[in-house]
Ligand binder design. Structure first.
Ligand SMILES: Cc1ncc(COP(=O)(O)O)c(C=O)c1O
Length: 487
């Protein structure tokens, strides 16, 4: 299939896919980098826009012949970049989307240049990942012998953590023999725990019905230990075997925390694996008081799943699984066919290999953007931003309480504020629909991006603030705009 137009790699003396003219490539790359930096610098003026451009059409001619990089680069600037999710904007509070960091742009250039495969072997990228894992274990107070790997996010980290728990609970043969001859495993978490737990149980063949959602204790909002104990007794009497108890550090809907220290004591007494879903909330350990103690007890976890792409503001995607005794992770995944044999020296050296601690053999160099973020800002600065976000959620809560037409759906505990329109203000209008309409209006007008959820059977606005660009004025403007839309 010959192209009529010359493309980048045409006339390349090495006949590779490299640019034929490195100097032209350099100019194009510099222009594109400038456009990226412009975009980051102007983040406040660039909210989400409806995706609409020629490049975004799903039906396009097959790219049988190539395009020159300069015009492709312009297309990225004009037709792709403007249609981002909008989570780079300071009034993006929807779902739990982190903002991204300027350091990430630089790290990603280096990552792409190195093109490392972090499944294993002995090269720089795996050392950076080992360093990031080591830092995380220290931040969360895990002991010597702890380890883990970076993942695409908490969902995958949960599968890996629960797989380690499964091998610990049932023994290594479960890897070969599966669950056929095994008792039913069950897992416990407070109501409101993230559905990635059920998905993990489903993909592991345990089945999502094995997830026992336990009531929370009214005043503390933490998993009710007495109810957990009753459910556990019932399950054991029925021949089920506990796989794990999951403590939530920052629930997705409301930012609620379980009393992790009490869960840890319970799990120790009952000899059950304690997994902590700390997708965003684990990082509250870096915040100032009172939020710094929300995740007290996290250091007792057998495993932790957490993300950098949420409350550590690192670019997507980047999460981690950390296991108190990394041998359990290796027992669940270590498996080297002959062609992956290690060596004492050379590129096949080094240990451990990350492919022995997860299901992916080929893995990208996610660690660099995390390492760069941590080195650029330091834990103290992250702690300050996390504290700011908690203060902003509290401010939003106060503004809601002061607004005539709004009320809080739940108390603000960390960085999540859920609130709704009062029945009186909605009048005869469909109140659930009104929340959805206003949420969409604010998004379409580029004012603010919140999402909605259901609490106690009623639709509410939900702001999950994991945004280092937000300031108090953004919170004022968001609440005021909602009030304006109601009437
Ligand atoms: C508490 C909690 N757990 C798990 C997840 C899933 O994480 P990820 O999207 O990184 O897979 C989320 C996502 O929002 C979450 O908030």
């Amino acid at each position: 299939m010959n192209s009529a137009e010359p493309t980048e790699s045409d006339n390349n003396p090495n006949n590779s896919l490299d640019p034929a003219d490195w100097s032209a490539y350099r100019d194009t790359a510099h222009r594109l980098l400038d456009a990226c930096i412009d975009r980051l610098e102007s983040a406040r003026d660039l909210p989400w826009r409806e995706p609409e451009s020629p490049a975004l059409q799903s039906e396009q001619p097959l790219p049988v012949s190539g395009t020159d990089l300069a015009s492709l680069s312009q297309q990225l600037i004009d037709e792709v970049m403007p249609f981002a999710t909008g989570n780079t904007h300071p009034r993006f509070f929807g779902w739990v989307h982190g903002t991204g960091l300027a350091s990430g742009l630089l790290a990603e250039m280096v990552t792409a240049t190195m093109n490392s495969n972090c499944g294993g072997r002995d090269h720089g990228a795996v050392y950076i990942e080992r360093c990031v894992i080591n830092w995380c274990c220290r931040v969360f107070g895990l002991p010597e012998g702890a380890g883990g790997i970076l993942t695409s996010g908490t969902s995958l980290a949960t599968v890996l953590a629960l797989s380690a728990a499964r091998v610990k609970t049932l023994g290594p043969n479960v890897r070969k023999q599966g669950l056929r001859a095994q008792p039913q495993l069950v897992a416990y978490a407070a109501a409101g725990a993230h559905h990635c737990l059920e998905k993990a149980l489903a993909v592991m063949g345990i089945g999502s019905d094995a997830m026992r959602l336990i009531a929370t204790d009214g005043p503390s909002g933490s998993l009710d230990l007495a109810a957990l104990s009753r459910e556990l007794d019932r399950d054991r009497a029925n021949g089920c075997v506990p796989l794990c108890v999951v403590g939530t550090a920052g629930s997705v809907n409301t930012g609620r925390y379980d009393a992790l220290d009490q869960l840890a004591d319970f799990c120790q007494q009952e000899n059950i694996w304690l997994h902590i879903d700390g997708a965003f909330g684990a990082w509250s350990v870096l915040a100032d008081s009172p939020w710094s103690s929300l995740a007290r007890g996290i250091d007792q976890a057998d495993s932790i799943a957490c993300d950098f792409h949420k409350w550590m503001y690192v670019q997507y995607d980047a999460g981690a699984v950390l296991v108190r005794d990394a041998e359990h992770l290796r027992a669940a995944f270590e498996d080297r066919p002959a062609y992956l044999e290690g060596n004492d020296v050379g590129l096949a050296g080094g240990s451990p290999w990350f492919c022995d601690q997860g299901i992916e053999l080929s893995r990208g160099f996610r660690a660099l953007k995390v390492w760069t973020a941590l080195k650029t800002h330091g834990l103290e600065e992250f702690g300050r931003k996390i504290t700011d976000n908690c203060e902003q959620a509290a401010l939003m809560g106060r503004l809601v309480e002061a607004a005539e037409d709004l009320e809080l759906a739940t108390p603000v505990m960390s960085n999540v504020c859920c609130f709704r329109i009062t029945k009186k203000a909605a009048g005869t209008r469909d109140i659930d629909e009104l929340h959805r309409v206003i949420t969409a209006r604010l998004q379409l007008d580029g004012v603010a991006a919140l999402s909605t959820t259901t609490i106690d059977g009623r639709t509410t606005f939900r702001a999950a603030i994991v945004n280092h660009r937000t300031c108090a004025e953004d919170i004022d403007l968001t609440v005021a705009s909602i009030c304006n839309q109601i009437n």
